[in-house]
Design a protein around this ligand. Structure first.
Ligand code: NDP
Length: 503
C-alpha cells in the first residue's frame, strides 16, 4: 500500500519505454478526494507529447519487435502481465483509492480480477485465424488475413481507471496493436504505477504501450485527431463521446465508445423482496453511484411500492460513510469537486420537480462519517420518468423511484430514455425474466442480480450508451481488420478494361 504519510509525490510519464516529464515541463496536482488535499504531481502533456507518444507507438507497430513477435509469444507476454498485476494488485488498488476515493473493497476486488483479462486474451492471441475461401473461380486460391488495426488510443474516465484500461489493453495487445493511453486528469497515478510495476517489468518492447497524462482538450483531442492513430477506444460521458466520435470521423478512425447510462432496476411483486432490496442498494449506492451501470432508476410495481421503499430506506440509512481506504466503509466520497457540485445540483432539481426526498438529500458532514465531497445516500420517490432527475445521468448516490403498473408499463418506462447500458429485473417467474431480458433495450440485463461483469461477457451500450462491445471473444475483433488476398494460379489476360467478375 502507498505510504499515506508521504508528502507530494512527483510522477513522470512513460513514452517509448522511457520515463519523461511533459515537454513543456508543466505538471498538475492530483487530489485525494477524501482529504481534499493534493498528494501527487502529474506531467501536463500537450500535443508535443502526444506526437512523441504516437510516433513511438507507430514505430513500434511498423518496425519494432512487437509486430515480429509470434502471437504465441505475445500471449505469453500477456500472461506475464496478468501475473504482475496479481503480484501488485493491493498496491495498485491503494493508489486508485487515493486518487478516486472509491472503496478499497471495490478497487481491490477490481485489481484482483484484472489479471483474468490478460490470461483470457493472452490465450486468444494465437487463436486469431483468417480463412481460406473457395472463391467462385477455379483457378484462384483466396484467403483472408486478420491483421491488427495499428496504433490505438485509449481515453479513460476516473471511476474505475485500471479496470477500464485493462478491458481495452488486453485485447489490443493480443491483436498485435500498439497503444497510447490518456487517463482521466483526476486519476493518472494508478496507470503510471501500472506502467512501472507491470508493463516495464514485463519487458514489453519500447513504444508498445505509452501514456500521455493531462487534460481532455489539451492531451485528449490531439490524440483523437492524430493521423497515425487508427482506432479510438473511449470510456466516458456521452457528451464527450459524441465530440470524440465527430473528431475521429474526420480522419476515418475506428471508434468504440462506452458511455453513460440511466439504468432501470425493475422490481416485480413476485420477487424475493430481501434480495431485491439489497440489489437496489447495490445498484445505486455501491461505488457512491459513480458507475456507468448504476441502477439509478428504480422501477417498483405499485403493489409493493410502499413496503419496498420502507425496507430500502431502512437498509440504505445503515450505510457506513467514511474513509474509503478502510475495509468497513460502505460509501465513500465523490471523486471530483465538479462532480460533487453536479450531484448537489441534481438534488435541487429533483426537489424543484416536486419529488419527495425520503432519505438524504444533501452533503454529509464529518459527524455523519463524511469528509470532503461527501453526499448522503439520497432517495427520491414520486418521480415521473419524464423528469430530468429520471432522464439525466447524475453519477452519484441519488436514486429515483418510479411506480409501474404491469409488465407492459415496466417495459415502456424502462425504454423511454436516451440511454441503454444496463438493466436489472427482479422476479421469480422464468417466463417474465426471459421476456423482460428480450424487451429491454440495453447492452446488459441482470436478472435477480446487479452490477456483475466478467471478461467473458460482452459489455457495451445500446442507443446513447455507446458503440461496440468490450469483453468476451468479440472484443478482439475491434482491434483487427480483414484483408482479402487473391492468388491467380491460372492464365492472365482477358479484357483489362472490364472488372473481373465470375459471370
Ligand atoms: P468525461 O467524458 O468527462 O471524460 C472521459 C475521458 O475523456 C477523460 O480522460 C477526459 O479527460 C477525456 N476528455 C475530456 N474531454 C475530451 C476531449 N475533448 N477530447 C478527448 N478526450 C477528452 O467522463 P468522466 O471522466 O467524467 O467519467 C464519467 C463518465 O464516464 C460518466 O458519464 C460514466 O457514465 C461514463 N462511464 C462509462 C462507462 C462505460 O463502460 N459505459 C464506464 C465508466 C464510466 P479529463 O479527465 O482530463 O477531462
Amino acid at each position: 500500500m502507498l505510504d499515506t504519510q508521504q508528502k507530494t509525490k512527483t510522477y513522470q510519464t512513460y513514452i517509448d519505454g522511457k520515463w519523461v516529464d511533459a515537454a513543456s515541463g508543466k505538471a498538475f496536482e492530483t487530489l485525494d478526494p477524501y482529504t481534499g488535499e493534493s498528494w501527487a504531481l502529474i506531467p501536463e502533456c500537450d500535443d508535443t507529447d502526444v506526437n512523441r507518444a504516437v510516433e513511438a507507438a507507430y514505430r513500434a507497430f511498423e518496425t519494432g519487435s512487437w509486430p515480429n513477435m509470434t502471437p504465441t509469444m505475445r500471449g505469453k507476454k500477456l500472461r506475464l502481465i496478468g501475473d504482475l498485476i496479481a503480484k501488485h494488485s493491493e498496491h495498485l488498488a491503494g493508489i486508485e483509492v487515493r486518487d478516486n476515493g472509491k472503496l478499497i473493497s471495490e478497487m481491490a476486488a477490481q485489481t484482483r480480477y484484472m489479471p483474468e483479462w490478460f490470461y483470457y486474451y493472452g490465450g486468444l492471441a494465437d487463436k486469431i485465424q483468417g480463412a481460406v475461401v473457395s472463391v467462385d473461380r477455379p483457378e484462384h486460391f483466396n484467403y483472408i488475413l486478420r491483421e491488427p488495426v495499428g496504433v490505438c488510443a485509449f481515453i479513460t474516465p476516473w471511476n474505475s481507471p485500471l479496470m477500464l484500461t485493462s478491458w481495452k489493453l488486453a485485447p489490443a495487445l493480443a491483436a498485435g496493436c500498439t497503444v497510447v493511453i490518456k487517463p482521466s486528469e483526476y486519476t493518472s497515478a494508478s496507470l503510471l504505477e501500472f506502467m512501472r510495476l507491470v508493463i516495464a517489468e514485463a519487458d514489453i518492447p519500447p513504444g508498445v504501450v505509452n501514456v500521455v497524462t493531462g487534460f481532455g482538450a489539451v492531451a485528449g483531442e490531439p490524440l483523437v485527431k492524430h493521423p497515425k492513430v487508427a482506432k479510438i477506444a473511449f470510456t466516458g460521458g456521452t457528451a464527450t463521446g459524441a465530440r470524440v466520435n465527430a473528431l475521429a470521423a474526420q480522419t476515418f478512425k475506428k471508434v468504440s465508445l462506452e458511455l453513460g447510462g440511466k439504468s432501470p432496476n425493475v422490481v416485480f411483486d413476485d420477487c424475493n423482496l430481501e434480495d431485491a432490496v439489497s440489489g437496489a442498494v447495490a445498484g445505486i449506492f455501491a461505488a457512491t453511484g459513480q458507475t456507468c451501470i448504476a441502477g439509478s432508476r428504480l422501477l417498483l410495481q405499485e403493489t409493493i411500492h410502499d413496503v419496498f421503499v420502507e425496507k430500502l430506506v431502512a437498509m440504505a440509512k445503515q450505510a457506513r460513510l467514511g474513509d474509503p481506504s478502510k475495509p468497513e466503509t460502505q460509501v465513500g466520497p465523490v471523486t471530483t469537486p465538479p462532480q460533487y457540485e453536479k450531484i448537489l445540483s441534481y438534488i435541487d432539481i429533483a426537489k424543484a420537480e416536486g419529488c419527495t426526498c425520503v432519505l438524504g438529500g444533501g452533503p454529509a458532514t464529518k459527524e455523519e462519517g463524511g469528509g470532503r465531497y461527501f453526499v448522503k445516500p439520497t432517495i427520491f420517490t414520486g418521480v415521473d420518468n419524464k423528469m430530468r432527475i429520471a432522464q439525466e445521468e447524475v453519477f452519484g448516490p441519488v436514486l429515483s423511484v418510479i411506480k409501474f403498473k404491469d409488465e407492459e408499463d415496466a417495459v415502456r418506462i424502462a425504454n423511454e430514455i436516451a440511454y441503454g447500458l444496463g438493466a436489472g429485473v427482479w422476479t421469480q417467474s422464468v417466463k417474465r425474466a426471459h421476456n423482460m431480458a428480450r424487451r429491454i433495450k440495453a447492452g446488459t440485463v441482470w436478472v435477480n442480480t446487479y452490477r456483475a461483469v466478467s471478461f467473458l461477457m460482452p459489455f457495451g451500450g445500446y442507443k446513447a450508451s455507446g458503440l461496440g462491445r468490450e469483453n468476451g471473444a468479440e472484443a478482439i475483433d475491434g482491434y483487427l481488420q480483414s484483408k482479402s488476398v487473391w492468388i491467380n494460379n491460372g492464365p492472365g489476360g482477358g479484357n483489362p478494361f472490364i472488372m473481373k467478375t465470375a459471370g
